[in-house]
Design a protein around this ligand. Structure first.
Ligand SMILES: Nc1ncnc2c1ncn2[C@@H]1O[C@H](COP(=O)(O)OP(=O)(O)OP(=O)(O)O)[C@@H](O)[C@H]1O
Ligand SMILES: [Mg+2]
Length: 287
């Protein structure tokens, strides 16, 4: 898989469904000096009667999934290994097509990938011979939007805390810093949906916590909808507004719960710990 295909979507919506709903920021103007767009809406996601079976398998990987994600909401998909979390994320992204049912983003049936929704994986997939700024600009370059690079990349690097590293080669960066470059690259094309497949799991605990809090802050500032796949209950409690707990064989959603761990979402606060413990107990009894 190329670096391009691992992080960036490239095609479009099904033509026959194009007119179901107006696209949310077709008329969005460029905002100088900041990535924040007050009033901008993230994507609405609807998963409708979704069933999927891999070729050659005797049973369904996912069966009859039905849920919606509101614009601007951060949803964690939590489940044990093999329950179908990545498969579901790939189906939402349009990286593959379901056997039955469908995914609708802003009312449009997803038939393939699209630059308005981006996927971040565990490995940052950067080009090692390029600088931080050049890697961050790749999405814009691939989209033919090179004129936006001088304005957008500095503010994006500031947002992810890498201004001082702009001209450094990415090979000189730590794993956490490289994942921040991947985040800047994902955000550069102004997606309205961020799909995260355990993007912090290879990082040390301290770096992971910092990124979890930063990604939530950035998503809220930008009004992004986020679907986050994770094994980590604490990660879900820190980052998500809502958790969908999945069970395996066949993969399905068994619990849908709103998370309210206190305003600061700080690991040491009693409200956070109570919410984390509630989610952990739900996971143990249902997953
Ligand atoms: N390409 C494939 N062909 C056949 N079966 C597959 C394929 N990819 C995944 N599977 C199977 O589908 C099921 C769900 O896999 P998936 O990768 O979606 O799980 P997951 O919840 O993301 O697991 P993990 O937490 O380990 O990443 C597993 O049983 C897996 O073996
Ligand atoms: Mg997975």
């Amino acid at each position: 898989m190329t670096a391009q295909s691992t992080f960036r979507a490239s095609a479009a919506l099904d033509a026959q469904d194009q007119n179901v709903l107006p696209l949310p920021h077709a008329t969005a103007e460029a905002v100088p000096d900041t990535m924040v767009k007050p009033g901008r809406l993230g994507a609405h996601v609807q998963v409708d009667a979704l069933t999927h079976r891999y070729k050659g398998m005797s049973h369904n990987c996912l069966e009859e999934l039905n849920f919606q994600v509101e614009a601007g909401q951060i949803v964690a998909l939590v489940g044990r290994s093999g329950c179908g979390k990545s498969t579901l994320l790939h189906l939402i992204a349009g990286l593959m097509q379901p056997g039955a049912g469908g995914v609708y983003i802003n009312g449009n049936r997803v038939r393939s990938t699209c630059p308005r929704w981006v996927v971040m994986f565990q490995a940052p997939s950067l080009f090692p011979w390029m600088t931080v700024a050049q890697n961050a600009a790749l999405g814009l370059r691939f989209a033919g939007r090179t004129q936006e690079i001088p304005k957008r990349i500095p503010s994006l690097l500031a947002m992810v805390g890498l201004t001082a590293y702009a001209d450094r080669n990415v090979q000189d960066l730590s794993g956490g810093q490289q994942q921040r470059v991947a985040l800047a690259r994902s955000l550069a094309t102004e997606p309205d949906l961020l799909l995260l497949d355990e993007p912090f799991s290879a990082l040390d605990a301290f770096t992971r916590r910092a990124l979890q809090q930063d990604v939530r802050r950035i998503a809220k500032e930008l009004g992004l909808t986020v679907v986050l796949v994770t094994h980590d209950i604490t990660e879900a409690a820190i980052m998500a507004d809502r958790a969908l707990i999945m069970a395996p064989d066949p993969g399905r959603i068994v619990t849908d719960t709103v998370l309210d761990p206190g305003a600061d979402r700080h690991r040491d606060s009693p409200a956070f710990e109570a919410e984390r413990a509630r989610l952990a107990a739900l996971f143990e009894t249902t997953a």
